[in-house]
Design a protein around this ligand. Structure first.
Ligand code: NOJ
Length: 538
């Protein structure tokens, strides 16, 4: 499809940057990041070259799941600041041309939310049906066989009213009943609350889980379950046949989208997993669903050119013409990309891939300096997943404080942070990398700038090019007269690549940031883990 910036929406040509507010910048000396800290760093984000900032939850919360247990959808936890700070953040971001996307957590609340307090107070409370309550199974025990993502059963018995409530995360995250029209209306009001305050979009947490099978049938066993998973990993041992991606969820997605469409130019992003044919349905028929169902597929591909190409090609061919692709390589739930893909050179190559593919890229804070997994001593584990399913599953490793400089707490805070600073911060920090011309930070800045300046990169079509060089992923991006070619060497050895149909071209950027030259595209030499962005001669 031919496109250019004038016909694209901001969430198509823009790049999204995820801020985990707890870990970005602490201004009130409590060791936890806050909204004033994000405001302080808006100039940094603008200069980095992103167009939108997504904030993980900052709502009032007991923080059992670090804000994904929301006690009030229309407030700001004092730990992060105030509503006034939020309004300032939106205003200051907009002044700098940055959009603000916030997290919205529709599947569950905190057990401290007033709605749940009412719901659990008696069986005939008007809000009883806003949550999912069930009698024990005949003969006693859980209403069905579902498990919690964080280990253990998905049901907790409430002795006061002698029923179980459903929670597929921690027991302090009771699940809302989206089949109840009053609940739906109340949730849509929470969207309008923020839309009126000027937010530009929402990232919707586990949106594919909000509707469950009406009969809450047992899930079948998962034949591919990890045999070494801990005994309490009930969720992992079952398929998600009846608790996710139910056919009737799409009518609710359309309603959510209609709320956003009451306002100008807002964007709906959803956290979604699952196979392509089911995933692609979240765009809606003719695009009346989510603008961007998050695409996490590249994140867990093996470090292999062919695997990456297959993933991109299958996505491209699954998308209907109205659907815009997107790619995510890191977030607050997964190990750091530099650790996952094997090291800093691999992380540099991954950055070039992410920022030169067709579709909206989402960056995770700290990946632009190559932050690696933090080392979390067992007694410092905070994440419920790590506490319940074992230290190797803790998500704390990717939530360590942002590294601004080499001062004792990496410039994140002047007091000890809520999680330890990652070991490499003395050199892996913004200040040091700003001064080093070929740093990861400067590579990201250059890639972001080139993506915005090049119509082929932000709007052009994508076509994979078949090359005989082993473990290299080569693709062409093209719009009208402009062609860009990315040639990415995934191997740890030097490769010579013959780019089909091209004679000479210019290397515009290498991931090593040490060459800009005219080259023979019939015999392009790529060093270990090197990627280059090329402009072929006409
Ligand atoms: C997905 C979020 O990304 C994760 O951090 C959270 O724990 C669960 N949803 C539950 O809200």
């Amino acid at each position: 499809m031919q496109n250019n910036k004038n016909t694209l929406r901001w969430w198509q040509y823009g790049v999204v940057y995820q801020v985990y507010p707890r870990s970005f910048k602490d201004t009130n000396r409590d060791g936890i990041g806050d909204l004033k800290g994000v405001i302080e760093k808006l100039d940094y984000l603008r200069e980095l070259g992103v167009q939108a900032v997504w904030l993980s939850p900052f709502y009032p919360s007991p923080m059992v799941d670090f804000g994904y247990d929301v006690a009030d959808y229309c407030g700001v936890d004092p730990m992060f600041g105030s509503l006034e700070d939020f309004d300032t953040l939106v205003k200051e971001a907009h002044l700098r041309g940055l959009k603000i996307i916030i997290d919205w957590v529709p599947n569950h609340t905190s057990d401290q939310h007033d709605w749940f307090k009412e719901s659990r107070s008696s069986r005939d409370n008007p809000k009883r049906d806003w949550y999912i309550w069930r009698d024990p199974a005949p003969g006693g025990g859980f209403p069905n066989n579902w498990g919690s993502v964080f280990g253990g059963p998905a049901w907790t018995f409430d002795p006061h009213t002698e029923q179980y409530y459903l929670h597929q995360f921690v027991s302090e995250q009771p699940e809302l009943n989206w089949r109840n029209p009053e609940l739906r209306a109340a949730m849509y009001e929470t969207l309008r609350f923020w839309l009126r305050r000027g937010v530009d979009g929402f990232r919707m947490d586990v949106i594919g889980m909000i509707l469950k099978d009406e009969q809450l049938r047992d899930n079948p066993p998962n034949p591919h379950a990890n045999p070494h998973a801990p005994a309490n990993d009930i969720f992992g041992r079952l398929l998600t046949t009846y608790n996710m991606d139910q056919d009737d969820v799409h009518s609710i997605i359309r309603e959510i989208r209609a709320v956003l469409d009451e306002f100008d130019d807002r964007c709906a992003i959803g956290e979604l997993w699952g196979e392509l044919p089911r995933w692609v349905r979240y765009y809606g028929e003719n695009g009346n669903g989510l603008h961007l169902p998050f695409n996490f597929r590249l994140m867990w591909e093996p470090w292999q050119a062919e695997a990456m190409r297959r993933s991109v090609d299958s996505l491209e061919s699954a998308l209907p013409p109205f659907a815009w692709p997107n790619y995510v390589l890191g977030n607050h739930d997964q190990p750091r990309l530099a650790s996952r893909f094997g090291g800093q050179p691999q992380a540099r190559l991954a950055a070039m891939m992410l920022l030169t593919l067709r579709g909206t890229p989402t960056l995770y804070y700290g990946d632009e300096i190559g932050m690696e997994n933090g080392i979390i001593p067992p007694e410092k584990i905070q994440d419920p997943q790590g506490k319940n399913l074992g230290a190797e599953r803790t998500r704390d490793v990717c939530r360590t404080p942002m590294q601004w400089d080499d001062s004792p707490f990496a410039g994140f805070s002047s007091v000890e942070p809520w999680l330890p600073v990652e070991a490499g911060y003395a050199s892996r920090n913004i200040k040091a990398q700003d001064a080093e011309p070929a740093s990861m930070l400067n590579l990201y800045r250059r890639l972001l700038q080139m993506r915005q300046e090049s119509p082929a990169l932000h709007s052009g079509g994508y076509e994979a090019l078949t090359v005989s060089a082993e473990n290299c992923f080569v693709y062409r991006r093209q719009v009208q007269g402009e062609i860009r070619i990315a040639a990415l060497n995934f191997s740890s050895e030097t490769r010579q690549v013959a780019i089909p149909g091209q004679k000479r071209g210019t290397v515009l950027l290498s991931t090593n940031m040490d060459r800009q030259e005219t080259v023979d595209l019939g015999a392009l030499v790529l060093r270990p883990f090197e990627g280059v962005l090329l402009a072929p001669e006409a």
